[in-house]
Design a protein around this ligand. Sequence first.
Ligand code: G3P
Ligand code: CA
Length: 387
Amino acid sequence: MGTQESNEETSRTGRRALLGAAVLGAGGAVLGMTGTARADGARHGGGVKSLPKPTIVGHRGASGYRPEHTLGSYQLALDMGADIVEAGDLVPTKDGHLVCRHEPEIGGTTDVADHPEFADRKKTKLLDGVSTTGWFTEDFTLAELKTLRAIERIPANRPHNTLYNGRWEIPTFEEVLKWQDEQTRERGKQVWIYPELKHPTYFRKLGLPLEERVAKLLRKYRKDRRTSPVILQSFEPTSIERLNKLVDNPLVVLLSSAGTRPWDFVETGDPRTVADLIKPAGLREIASYAQGIGPTLDLIIPRDAKGNLTQPTTLVSDAHRVGLILHPWTLRNENPFLPANFRKGTDPDAYGDVFGAYQAYFATGIDGVFTDQPDTGLLAREDFLGH
Ligand code: G3P
Ligand code: CA
């Protein structure tokens, strides 16, 4: 899931300018902090309720400014002040390690195509029913993946980010868990992460189940508790149900557009679609094993045929009624990703009125939002809260 949106992004072309704050943010936010926060996972305070609201989640780090799912992107998200970093989208290697990539196919986010030694690994596979051609993490050992370097996924939209192509390797989830502790110590403030399990049914069928591996690492680093600073997410409800039996972390069910059907439902013959899951009965069921939902923004405020925002649905109040928080995705500064009535001009890659869009979404009562540009999200929150 999420792939359809990614394909749309890849097809868009153009240019955009960096926000000054994005580059100034690096390093500045850490100055003056003391290493007083505990970073051993043993005590984390008040859980998700302790997070600022609306919570700003750095989507794949600060992926508007750096190649996604790199330590450089994660680091910048923290430097900008993101409340949580989506570190990372998790997929396995052939030898069973969890690594941070948006998808198992890594042709668009690494330099693998430039490695002749891996030319024969290029394959066409059926990934959740979609024919996909490229290089797949499950066909590489971790040692092999570590010889690759990350590149910008949508260079046509984000040409400045190509400056950093080749700078960072693919992080493992274990490296992220250690990085989280280091950053917590250095900043004197608890760092939160929001990993997503990608294609759990696909990988379980390949003999590389994700949930047990995630749980094992969380236990190893003592981050498997209700108040641990790790929220887990997946588009497959049965994966979240499985996690609910393995760990006590806050859990979030991701929801794509209303007409779609989670892939685990397809595999198990459950006929329900997302439209069913967001009805009161569906939400009540989710609330029996999860603490939140992560809907696509269009489930919060649908767009009309021209792409303009219409009126909010009742999803926020319906979810809150059964005790679920909502962290929709994904707000991005660039015109092509904004509702039509918040675009500025016709340049497909210039920034639009993203601050206006934030106000419309925040006004619905959402608890937080994923964004590729956390600095923008934080300013929008200041606007919304009036300080
Ligand atoms: O996890 C929230 C959002 O990241 C879901 O979509 O495709 O970007 O992982 P995707
Ligand atoms: Ca994600």
